[in-house]
Design a protein. Structure first.
Length: 255
């Protein structure tokens, strides 16, 4: 069931979104060669603590997961697409890192993700990350009252496929509000003009995931969480929480 948010509720979600934005900014600034993923998770925890916010990620356990998630961020490196567990892995020069983070503040959730290179970037990685954010921008632009979910999916998929990248099937965006995952689902590929009608008060987490090698195949690590590309190519992830309003899409997780 889709729950429409009032203008006041969307304003509350903007505050949780600001916490997520500050958290991701702090994590990116801390992500240097030699820093561990656990240390990045500790940075994110401190931002949440200072804001008086909780984490929708910590101890989250969906149906596919063998264990509750142990971190407040997902930290996915190189061929990891999403859901990477923050371990003692230390970053190396040239690593492509995707950080997905969320916050719960006053009962409202925010969710966002960024991708970036640590140290010297490969040109191919820079293009992959730039395309992920271009796809996100296209999806946001399509998130307008009177459009449909398929218009968002089509906008994202067109950017990804035109650039020659793969899209992991079955993973995409989602509604968000009192909990991190709500209806409706927001695929990263689809047909324009199809799906649920977009209305004022819907809030969506829009999140393109791109596979650099151009194939769509992926698999889960032994940890049951981390999704990796089948071909070993690198991946990128970009996400914002977006409110659909009569005045156009409003990004709630921007700084």
């Amino acid at each position: 069931m889709v729950t429409l948010k009032t203008d006041a509720q969307m304003a509350f979600m903007r505050e949780s979104g600001r916490v997520v934005a500050r958290m991701l900014t702090a994590v990116r600034e801390a992500a240097k060669v030699g820093v561990s993923l656990q240390e990045l998770d500790a940075v994110a925890r401190e931002v949440l603590r200072e804001a008086g916010a909780g984490s929708p990620f910590l101890n989250y356990r969906p149906h596919f997961a063998p264990t509750p998630f142990p971190g407040v961020i997902c930290a996915s490196v190189n061929d990891a697409i999403v859901h990477g567990i923050p371990t003692d892995l230390r970053l190396r020069d040239g690593d492509l890192v995707s950080i997905d983070g969320g916050a719960l503040l006053d009962g409202w959730a925010g969710d966002s993700a960024i991708s970036f290179t640590v140290g010297r970037a490969r040109p191919a990685d820079t293009l992959l990350v730039d395309t992920a954010f271009t796809a996100l921008e296209a999806g946001i632009a399509a998130a307008r009252v009177g459009n449909r979910i398929g218009d968002i999916a089509h906008a994202i998929g067109t950017v990804c496929r035109t650039a020659g990248y793969g899209i992991p099937d079955g993973f995409g965006g989602h509604g968000i509000g009192r909990s991190m995952h709500e209806d409706p689902g927001v695929p990263n590929e689809g047909r324009a003009g199809r799906g649920m009608l977009l209305r004022h008060g819907m809030v969506l987490a829009i999140e393109p995931m791109l596979i650099g090698g151009g194939e769509d195949g992926y698999h889960a690590d032994a940890d049951g969480w981390t999704l990796r590309t089948d071909d070993g190519s690198r991946a990128a992830h970009a996400e914002h929480t977006v409110a659909i309003t009569d005045d156009g899409p409003r990004v709630l997780t921007a700084l």
